[in-house]
Structures are given as C-alpha cells and as structure tokens.
Design a protein around this ligand. Structure first.
Ligand SMILES: *Cc1c(COP(=O)(O)O)cnc(C)c1O
Length: 421
C-alpha cells in the first residue's frame, strides 16, 4: 500500500484557514510545474511533442497562465474556454478547439483566434466553411468504436456521441483535401482516469496505423496525432501511479517501427490531459460542522457536493485526511456528507477515519481537476474560493468565493414586486 502523501503541510493549511474561511480549494504551483515537466521530459524524444491542457478540468486563468508559461497549449471546447485562453495570452496553434454540437459563433471565435480546429463530424466541414471559413490545418476526432473498451466515466466508444467512424474519416479527409486544405492532424479521446499504460499504447498504435493508411490512400501528410487526455492519477492509497517512462518508451518503440521508418516529415505527438496535470495539485479544505449518529455515523461538513461532485456523481474515491489527527489510526466509520437535500451528497461512504469532532479541519485530496470546475449552485449553495500556494510560499487568491449577490445577480426582485399586483 502506497502511503497517501499530504500535498500541503498541516501548518500551511492551518495558517491559510486563519485568513480564509472554509471551504476553499488550494492549488500547489510547485506540484503543477513538476507534473508538466514530467510529461514534457518523458516525451522529449518526439520533436514537436505538445500537451494541450484540457481547460475544462481547471478553468482558472491563473492556473492556465502558469501552464502557458511552462510551455503548454490548451484544449478548449466552448466559448467561455476560448475566452479564458485568449485572456491569458494564448492564441494560434497553442489552442486546440475540440468541441461537439458546436454553434456557428464558437467556430467563428476559434477561427479568429487561429486555433487548431478539431471537428467532431464530417458534416461540420461544410458548416465551418459556411459560418466561418476553412482553415489551412484541419483535424478530425476518431471514434474507434468496438476497437476500444471504455470505462465508467467515459462509457463505451460505440455509445459515445463523439467523433467519426473509421469509414467516415476517409471521406472527411478526402473532402478536406479536395477543398484545398493542406495540413492535417488526427485526434482521438477514449480514456478517462486510466492508469494502465497499455491502454494508451494501444491507442497510439491505432492512430499510427490509421495515419499511415490515410496517407497511403489519400496522398496527404499528417503533422500530428493527438492521443487525447485520460491519463489517470492514483486517487486511492493502494493505486499504482501511471508509469510515464514506461508509457513513453512503449509509444516510442511503435513510433520507431511504424512512423520513423517511412520517408515522411516527423509526426508530432500531442496530448490533452487535464487530470494528470492538475488533479493531484489541488485539495478541498473543509471543516466538520455536525456529527450525527442514527443508523450510521455521519460527519457533516461545511462543504457539499456542489463544491465537489465527483464522489456523488461517479462514486469516485477521494482520500480524506484529518489534519489534527494525522498520526491517529482510524477508530470509527463515517459517511462524510454535505448539506444538500440529496442523499448522494457524500464525499465518502463508510470511510474509516480517526474520531471526528466539530471544527476538525479536513483535507479532501486530488481535486485539482474536475473539482471546482464541475461545481454547481443547487440549493443556493455558493461556490467556494480558489487559492494558489506559490513556489515562494505566498498564498494568492485566484478566485474569490461566490456571494449571495452573485447568486441573485440574474434575478430582478423589483420586477417581482411589480408582478401580479
Ligand atoms: C475531458 C477531456 C480531456 C481531459 O480529460 P482528463 O481525464 O482530464 O485528462 C481531454 N480531451 C477531451 C476532448 C476531453 O473531453
């Protein structure tokens, strides 16, 4: 069993909690940069390797600015994500626009930014031409269907709404070629939180073979393959972390065999991980508000599922540390809950923890990706602040907590008073 390392010291959290009310998200700049460097170093053998961070995982401009500075591009899928990218100085081929069911306006904005357009359907080529313009570089998203097994979060590829079938891909690139497009990329995204390197190696091989076949059949050259995101992180103490070196060297082996032997320009490998970059770099800090004993023992926190939906939505495991009781063995079994009027509002079910008391400070681990981002306002819950611990030890608030004024901003109470009188 791997011990779960505390990403921040107890003293750090205690000091921050004196200034900032709980609950809050806290991110670690140093860990962020370490994760980026690990991925870049692992694939440095591939000239042009680039990670396009999936903005949806952690759509905070401060975080994106750090990642941009560290050399990453971004993967956007909506207007808001494009705007955030632009605001932190990203543009051109530093942005990959991987959207689906896309409105015309978003294609226009993406084209104006010079983003790489990754189309989700054959028909979208004509749609793009009609509503924006055709780019010189085009990418299509491949859905390998039964060739790949899915998992709980992402589902089975055949059931998924994303991407083109294999046959459609040949038609799509032919159509693009015949319309004068000269630069090409191929994309797929079939995994989520996968820790098995072979799953990604298999994906890479599928793309390497497909690129070779498309080139052979259509006489077009590919500049890149994008393997998507989905690299997993060890949420549970007993999980074995993904072996990045092993992943890289296996992919390198097939690249040498299937790509490098062909007399073609080098093929760049792109990825668009979210979780692997930011997941382990963030935690949610909350306090115990009430302890309650009925048929089970409950610890009610001042955070709820609206702050972190993954446990309630997927039954996802997030490790919980009790900061004042780090060296105390678990003595009791709790359901750790929030305050929503929904019974799946639980951060953990039947979790063995040291005996808890009101006001205990808890750290919920590994929420840096798909954490704050998937938050919501049900029951009028206000979304929590996000803080960043800089490498120099300074804490920077990178998003303030929501207020009731924010929550009510879209309502006009004066109009309500005039209404029905
Ligand atoms: C969600 C998503 C990602 C990022 O997934 P992670 O599991 O966070 O790596 C990348 N690409 C696309 C198209 C996605 O939808």
């Amino acid at each position: 069993m791997h011990a779960k390392v505390l990403p921040f010291s107890k003293e750090t959290i205690d000091a921050i909690a004196e200034t900032y009310p709980t609950p809050f998200y806290l991110y670690d700049e140093k860990a962020l940069r370490t994760n980026v460097r690990a991925l870049q170093d692992a694939f440095s053998w591939n000239p042009g390797f680039k990670e396009y961070f999936a903005v949806k995982a952690t759509p905070n401009p401060f975080i994106l600015k750090i990642l941009h500075q560290a050399g990453l591009g971004v993967d956007c899928s909506s207007l808001a994500e494009l705007i955030i990218a632009e605001k932190v100085g990203l543009n051109g081929e530093n942005i990959m626009f991987t959207s689906n069911n896309t409105p015309a306006h978003e294609f226009q904005v993406a084209r104006n930014l010079g983003a790489i357009i990754n189309l989700d359907d054959l028909e979208h080529l004509a749609f793009l031409k009609k509503h924006a313009s055709l780019p010189e570089l085009i990418c299509f998203r491949y859905n390998p269907g039964a060739l790949k097994a899915g998992n709980l979060i992402i589902g089975h590829p055949e059931e998924a709404k994303f991407g083109l079938t294999r046959t459609q891909l040949f038609d799509a690139y032919r159509l693009a070629r015949d319309q004068g497009i000269q630069r090409f990329g191929l994309h797929t995204m079939v995994a989520s939180n996968e820790l098995d390197t072979d799953y990604f190696v298999e994906t890479a091989v599928i793309l390497f073979d497909l690129v070779t076949e498309l080139t052979h059949t259509l006489g077009i050259q590919f500049e890149f393959v994008n393997l998507g995101g989905g690299l997993g992180i060890p949420y549970r103490p007993e999980d074995t972390p993904l072996d990045l070196q092993q992943l890289s060297s296996k992919i390198r082996h097939y690249y040498a065999q299937k790509i490098a032997t062909k007399k073609r320009p080098p093929l760049k490998i792109f990825m668009e991980c979210g979780r692997f970059i930011t997941g382990s770099c963030g935690c949610l800090v909350a306090r115990v508000r009430h302890i309650k004993q009925t048929y089970k023992l409950f610890a009610g926190l001042d955070a709820c599922m609206a702050d972190l939906m993954r446990p309630g939505m997927y039954g996802a495991y997030h490790h919980i540390s009790v900061l004042d009781k780090l060296n105390i063995e678990p003595q009791a079994t709790y359901d750790v809950t929030g305050s929503l009027c929904e019974n799946n509002d639980k951060f953990a079910i039947d979790r063995h923890l040291p005996e808890l008391a009101v006001d205990d400070l808890l750290m919920i681990h590994d929420v840096g990706a798909h954490g704050h981002a998937i938050g919501f306002n049900y029951n009028g819950k206000l979304r929590p602040a996000e803080l960043l611990l800089r490498e120099n030890g300074v804490v920077v608030p990178i998003r303030r907590a929501e207020t009731l004024a924010d929550y009510f901003a879209t309502l006009d109470f004066e109009a309500v008073n005039q209404f029905l009188v």
